[in-house]
Unconditional design. Structure first.
Length: 361
């Protein structure tokens, strides 16, 4: 059954949608980007719910029409009766599917609240320069995927290498259902290929770690200023040389937990401090989630998202042109297209697997 709260409040949702549409037509709103973005997101969410509800109502109407044919007395047209019965069965299946999608709109995005943005951390693992280059390739892959979805991206911190890779890069994605899609990417990614720097043609195995953290809302994680130690220093580029004469890079230590975060991508202290605080809030939320999981007996949710940072999830085998996801034991070919950001099919397959696991529990 579809979410009762949505079904009974659909008229209120329509009224709220109309009110948002009117607010967004205010020409003065264009100067307030944050408010414009917030209202636009909410409007898109309500729009999806209204459209899905409209589809369900249309299906119900068709079912009633088919039932009228069956209940119209002693119908001598057996072929027409049989068609009506078949159509009712098909329509009822479609109705169930649409109601599940309507439920997902409510449940996955925390009812009427905005979808979670995500903070993605990519770190080079084993493999030296090749691992750093692979970390860079993963960043490009996610950036292109984000662009195809119309998401907004901002680099919060990065440590590039001389060959164009990254020891570490942390970035934020928002303006859509980011976390619900990207959560499947968390874990250890392994690459098997011949590095550009390899002269003997030998295949190397390297790794990069991806962490996908939901960016908490301001009400979820409270960070007290007196719990922080803030240090400023000069930012450095590839090879360790200083790239700025002023101390604009920021290091924040959260004293109660010992967590340390940095940011050096911006040209001023304030912006770098804001970036570092965003990373810290996401890591504190992750820590809180892990502690809650432990209190529940260490049982993991029936899902493939929120993977542990140390869990090997994928292998990218370039010589065999194959990507394998070890969690669901499934492979895809055409790595060139995948690395170009075309990962929607992979994400959708993982989501179906997760939904199937939930249904069994």
């Amino acid at each position: 059954m579809a979410n009762i709260r949505i079904m009974t409040n659909i008229e209120e949702i329509k009224k709220e949608y109309d009110a948002l549409t009117e607010q967004l037509s205010d020409p003065e709103l264009i100067s307030n980007y944050e408010k414009l973005e917030e209202l636009s997101k909410k409007k898109r969410k309500l729009e999806k719910i209204i459209e899905k509800q409209k589809e369900i109502e249309e299906i119900k109407k068709q079912i009633e029409e088919s039932k009228t044919i069956l209940s119209s007395g002693e119908d001598e047209d057996k072929e027409l009766t049989s068609l009506a019965e078949t159509e009712i069965t098909q329509l009822q299946k479609k109705q169930k599917l649409l109601e599940k999608e309507l439920n997902d709109l409510s449940d996955n995005d925390n009812s009427f609240s905005e979808p979670y943005p995500a903070i993605i951390e990519i770190r080079a693992g084993t493999g030296g320069q090749e691992a750093a280059l692979f970390a860079g390739d993963l960043f490009k892959m996610y950036s292109k995927y984000a662009a195809s979805k119309g998401w907004w991206q901002k680099v919060l911190d990065s440590h590039p290498t001389e060959l164009g890779g990254f020891k570490e890069i942390i970035f934020e994605l928002k303006n859509g259902d980011v976390f619900s899609k990207m959560k499947y990417e968390g874990g250890v990614h392994r690459v098997q290929r011949i590095p550009e720097t390899e002269k003997s043609g030998r295949v190397h195995t390297s790794t990069a770690t991806v962490a996908v953290l939901p960016k908490p809302k301001s009400t979820e994680i409270k960070i007290k200023p007196d719990e922080l130690r803030v240090d400023f220093y000069r930012s450095s580029g590839p090879g360790g040389q200083y790239v700025n004469k002023r101390e604009t890079a920021v290091r924040i230590t959260h004293l109660p937990t010992g967590l340390v975060v940095t940011s050096q991508t911006e040209r001023n202290q304030l912006q770098n401090k804001e970036n570092a605080l965003s990373i810290l809030a996401a890591r504190l939320l992750e820590k809180k989630e892990q502690e809650e999981q432990s209190r529940l007996g260490g049982k993991r949710k029936a899902q493939v998202g929120w993977a542990k940072r140390a869990e090997k999830i994928r292998t990218y085998n370039f010589s065999q042109d194959r990507l394998t996801d070890h969690r669901i034991k499934k492979s895809w070919h055409n790595l060139e297209k995948i690395m170009d950001g075309r990962i929607e099919k992979i994400i959708e397959t993982l989501k179906k697997f997760e939904d199937g696991a939930k249904d069994k529990n």
